[in-house]
Design a protein around this ligand. Structure first.
Ligand SMILES: NC(=O)c1ccc[n+]([C@@H]2O[C@H](COP(=O)([O-])OP(=O)(O)OC[C@H]3O[C@@H](n4cnc5c(N)ncnc54)[C@H](O)[C@@H]3O)[C@@H](O)[C@H]2O)c1
Ligand SMILES: [Zn+2]
Length: 382
């Protein structure tokens, strides 16, 4: 194996007037965290919020980078997993930030995946009526999705992400080497959100992923080591472009939900457990969205839908209901869960459908009976 090739970092600018910032993507960037913080906020103290897994692998390096630039840092470590997006852990994080004497001129650093980003970002949004924060994503999902766009939240007993705020970070530092310690299954689940950008709006990117996905998975150990950084940058640019036009999700931002209506129903049917990770549910959901679109006369050619599904299956993501371990959900259960989704309006359902790979659109007039027939057939294929 050759040594990891370090390439120049790629910066994706996010233009939101006074809240503009950059997403910096590159291998080995964590070492520059302290210098970047010191430049952005001279004299600021910081508190690093992270989870137990990430702390084990990367906290020491993050703290060393901060200390090296004379930045005073303290830490808050929460248990790993979605359960940390709770009121109890949120309270601990808020109290921890206050106890660390983080003031308006200081910074919160979210070092972790989407859970830490959402939790620490929301705490930063509300403690002292708003503190600046930096995202240092450590999962592929966080690199391409949760760290981009400024949505932060914790979970309610009524559903996921129901208590939160829009709060943009002042910097996202995406060190792609941090993904080398990510369990393969988590990496693959994040890849579903990455390929989503190709499937929803960028056919050329999808085709590039079909040829280059292995280099993205292997990261720094191949001669094409910039594939991962390039892919993250393309995905971030795609999400940023949508967020810049529709920050508060009044329209176009909904395209990012491709695969998510079916996906959420499957996730909920599995009890949001390890049986099906979010990204895995999104992969299966995108496959269903393509197949459902293909059933609609002339919407998308069946061969094109098959091509989308084939790539998801090729990287090892679930694409069929029978790929999901455990007892299958019933059609009634899935319809009930789809109906509970916030996208229901006056008896019709809203889905993100596709006219082509790269050609997603918002369809607000889907007849629930059509969805029921489709899902019954899919379940019968088992
Ligand atoms: N705010 C948004 O716009 C947005 C968008 C999508 C998802 N989300 C949220 O993101 C969350 C999911 O994020 P996630 O998939 O990153 O999950 P996660 O943060 O739970 O991370 C997944 C697992 O990987 C571990 N881990 C993280 N980085 C690691 C590393 N570098 N090495 C080894 N282990 C590591 C974590 O401890 C955890 O066990 C959900 O709560 C979801 O609601 C938010
Ligand atoms: Zn998602």
């Amino acid at each position: 194996m050759t040594a990891a090739v370090r390439t120049e970092p790629i910066t994706v600018p996010v233009a939101l007037d006074a809240r503009s910032y950059g997403i910096v993507i590159g291998r080995g960037l964590l070492a520059s965290l302290g210098a970047r913080v010191a430049t952005l906020r001279p004299g600021a103290r910081v508190v690093v919020v992270t989870d137990e897994n990430v702390a084990r692998h990367h906290l020491a390096a993050a703290e060393a980078a901060l200390t090296h630039a004379d930045v005073t840092a303290s830490r808050i470590i929460v248990p790993a997993g979605e359960a940390s997006k709770s009121y109890q852990v949120f309270e601990r994080v808020c109290e921890g930030i206050i106890a660390a004497r983080i003031e308006r001129s200081d910074l919160v650093i979210a070092l972790g995946g989407g859970v830490v980003g959402d939790l620490a970002g929301f705490a930063a949004a509300v403690v002292r009526r708003g503190l600046d924060y930096v995202q240092v994503p450590t999962t592929l999902l966080a690199d391409v999705d949760s760290s981009v766009g400024g949505k932060t939240a914790i979970d309610s007993a009524h559903g996921k992400n129901l208590v939160g705020a829009f709060h943009q970070p002042i910097l996202v530092l995406a060190d792609t080497a941090l993904l080398d310690t990510l369990p393969a299954r988590e990496f693959r689940a994040g890849y579903a959100e990455l390929v989503k950008y190709g499937l929803l709006g960028d056919a050329a990117f999808f085709a590039w992923l079909e040829s280059n996905w292995r280099e993205i998975f292997s990261g720094g150990d191949s001669s094409k080591s910039s594939a991962r950084e390039h892919a993250v940058a393309v995905a971030c640019r795609a999400k940023v472009a949508i967020v810049e036009r529709d920050e508060r999700e009044t329209g176009e931002r909904a395209l990012l939900n491709l695969g998510h209506t079916f996906g959420h129903a499957l996730e909920a049917a599995c009890g949001f457990s390890d049986r099906l990770l979010h990204g895995e549910a999104v992969a299966a959901g995108m496959a269903l969205a393509f197949e459902f679109s293909a059933r609609r006369q002339g919407l998308i050619a069946p061969a094109e839908a098959k091509r989308a599904v084939r790539h998801l299956a090729e990287v090892g993501l679930p694409t069929r209901l029978q790929d999901i371990p455990g007892p299958p959900p019933s059609v009634d259960q899935l319809m009930e869960l789809i109906g509970q989704d916030k996208k229901v309006k006056r008896g019709t359902l809203t889905f993100i459908l596709v006219r082509a790979i790269g050609g997603a659109f918002i369809e607000t007039d889907v007849d629930p009976r059509e969805v029921r027939t489709f899902l019954s057939e899919k379940l019968a294929e088992r």
